[in-house]
Unconditional design. Sequence first.
Length: 350
Amino acid sequence: MIAEPQICQPSPAAVAEHPRLSPRADDALPSISIVAPAYNEQEAIAEFHRRVSEVLRAIGAPYELVLVNDGSTDHTLALMHALQADDAQVMVVDLSRNFGKEIALSAGLDHSSGEVVIVLDADLQDPPELIPEMLRGWREGYDVIYGVRSHRDGESWLKKATAHLFYRLIGSVSRVEIPRDTGDFRLMTRRVVRELSRLREEHRFMKGLFAWVGFPSRPLVYRRSPRLAGSTKWSYWKLWNLALEGITSFTIGPLKIASYLGLSVAFLSLLYAAFVIWKTLMYGDPVRGYPSLLVVVLFLGGVQLISVGVLGEYIGRIFNEVKGRPLYLVNRIIPSQLHTKTSASPPEAR
Ligand code: UDP
Ligand code: MG
């Protein structure tokens, strides 16, 4: 059962005032690529195909479904092949191994060829029924219509709380404004996808990259449904790493914090040294103070280790980037009908 999606419409005045918008005709229909990365989604993939196809057929535009198999170890790939055999709108991009959602998504974007691209999770957490609403935003002239979650049904309070905290943290430290409570569910025009595919950094934090490219964008508030089947592929450890990725690829704030922390500790130590000298002169120096000595040593050691760790996080990323490896490798591609019709050839998996 899908909860009634809440929809956020900008006022007509806001649209009129947006200087960069060039609205499209009311009945304009772009060719649509749906991009869905999937990792072990055997329970969901067929239902995903059914629901998305239903919505797209009702819209009546030419479309394709780019299903990216991110090295699944279950029957996901076989099911994708079966869907493809029955439905020429389906394209299968089979990656050579599991590369993680962010990269699988990029692979799907690289191989899509529609005039607009819509990113959906294969577990049906993002309701495909909102696609017509996204197209309305496209007709208003927006290049990006991004889903903002008003509710996250079926997710634990800890996940919601940590996600909430993370969005606020990254919002306050990052140089580009990353919309809050926004996932990968979005519609993008071809030019946005083209620009996005030029960002080939290996440490990918898609939410940040989406925000970085910019272009006229508007939110679409919706209720995130629980997973159709299976369980989330994101453990808290993976989420922590994603958060680290987000912070280190979008701000050098932690490096600055490390230096300011170092500076203030050094300054405090100077004050303390002055105090110790004064005390010795005034009252002599009975050999005491072992606990305070230990505290200071440990504290300084801790600060240094943290700072080295922060440095390490950045250096590690530099190390990975300079290797210049391709983002992903493809095992096999089965193109869709739309793909063979439009001449767009998939870019090299640079
Ligand atoms: N996914 C993927 N590769 C991975 C992990 C996940 O392609 O290594 C896909 C997954 O199949 C799903 C989407 O990314 O379609 C979102 O994953 P998940 O539902 O586990 O994340 P959540 O919705 O819990 O944030
Ligand atoms: Mg999910």
